[in-house]
Design a protein around this ligand. Structure first.
Ligand code: NAD
Ligand code: TYD
Length: 344
């Protein structure tokens, strides 16, 4: 579709913010395999991890930098001279945003604004903004989020992502800045930080520890394998239309409790490990994505079945114990204690 919108691809250069995080590092690996010339720009917060990029050291350029720091972004963009910027960098965890919201506004709103302005000044040809379906808020039992659904975020995380999404839209409208926005559902797969549902439950089950399920466990999320999201991002870079928003999802709705049950079954662990804990405040009940636009206009669709993806993910965590053991030290334990205070 629309080859008019293709960017020059002779020596395709990508500038990837947040490339040492979960989705970013999976994407960088795919980009290198596809022959892109990649520079990762990442502040290496608690969620950024150079081990996520292990084996790629000789094949990418890495700059440790903060998207809130204009001079550092400017210098890195000068060095990289990228065709496209893919902007993953963010504070990404809802529970942390409830415990300490300010950094979410700083990084996700102000950081995105600084990055956008530097990209505009640098004349970047394509900017992929990694937004989220959480900007839409919560659904009832029926219906799907479309690109026209109103933004109605709940958590400080979602609000900061909605605000940055709007700043990106304002640049596209006001300055004709070539931004494309992707709003994707919950990702899972290798290298996901163990604060998020699926890796947390796999690791807890493996250790025969209690699996903490919030509230009644009936909240629904729409899960996509991280590699499928990566392929959607490439479609957006190569064929997406500037100014457009695309929802990305794989029609895979699960209640939290059913995912936890599936993980326990796959790992041959008893359901009695499940413990229902105090609910997350203002916990969104259901997310579900209508991704017909990206399927129709860019010819993308998810290819990994949940059955296959979840097995692959469990297998990855079981064969990469050192990766998560290295993470589950001081800062992580402190956060865990704070978030999972006893049910009152
Ligand atoms: P993550 O928390 O695993 O990684 C975030 C990365 O951003 C880390 O490497 C961190 O060091 C870096 N970072 C944070 N602050 C920075 C700053 N100020 N400057 C530079 N780098 C900084 O997150 P993730 O799960 O990989 O999510 C990536 C993006 O995708 C986020 O924008 C998130 O909102 C979005 N998203 C995530 C999901 C999901 O299910 N994980 C779903 C939809 C959208
Ligand atoms: P999470 O992975 O934090 O993603 P998000 O909140 O961005 O969708 O959580 C996914 C779902 O799992 C969400 O409904 C909250 C729930 N959850 C638990 O029940 N227990 C947990 O320990 C965590 C981390 C999440």
């Amino acid at each position: 579709m629309s080859t008019d919108h293709r960017i020059a691809m002779e020596q395709p250069g990508l500038f990837v913010t947040g490339g040492a995080g979960f989705i970013g590092s999976n994407f960088v690996r795919m980009a290198v395999e596809r022959g892109y010339n990649v520079m990762v720009f990442d502040a290496l917060t608690y969620a950024g991890n150079m081990e996520n990029l292990a084996g790629l050291e000789e094949r990418i350029r890495f700059i440790r930098g903060d998207i809130c720091d204009a001079a550092s972004v400017r210098n890195a963009l000068r060095e990289a001279e990228p065709h496209a910027v893919v902007h993953f960098a963010a504070e990404s965890h809802v529970d942390r945003s409830i415990l300490g919201p300010k950094i979410f506004t700083e990084t996700n709103v102000l950081g995105t604004h600084v990055l956008l302005e530097e990209c505009r000044q640098a004349g970047i040809e394509r900017f992929i903004h990694i937004s989220t379906d959480e900007v839409y808020g919560s659904l009832g039992n029926t219906g799907l989020f479309t690109e026209e659904s109103p933004l109605n975020p709940t958590s400080p995380y979602a609000a900061s992502k909605a605000a940055s999404d709007l700043v990106v839209q304002s640049y596209a409208k006001t300055y004709d800045f070539p931004a494309i926005i992707l709003r994707c559902s919950n990702n899972y797969g290798p290298f996901q930080f163990p604060e998020k549902l699926i890796p947390l439950m796999i690791i807890k089950a493996s250790n025969d520890e209690e699996l903490p399920v919030y509230g009644d466990g009936q909240n629904v999320r729409d899960w996509i394998f991280v590699g499928d999201y990566g392929s959607a991002i490439f479609q957006a870079i190569e064929h997406g239309i500037p100014g457009e928003v695309y929802n990305v999802g794989s029609n895979n709705e699960w209640k939290n409790i059913d995912i936890v049950r599936l993980i326990l079954e796959e790992m041959h662990k008893p359901f009695s490990l499940v413990t229902f804990v105090k609910d997350r405040p203002a916990h969104d009940r259901r997310y579900a994505i209508d991704s017909s636009k990206i399927q129709r206009d860019l010819g993308w669709r998810a290819e990994t079945s949940f059955e296959k993806g979840i097995r692959q993910t469990i297998e990855w965590y079981m064969t990469h114990r050192q990766w998560w053991k290295n993470i589950m030290t001081g800062e992580y334990l402190e956060y865990y204690q704070k978030n999972y205070e006893p049910k009152r």
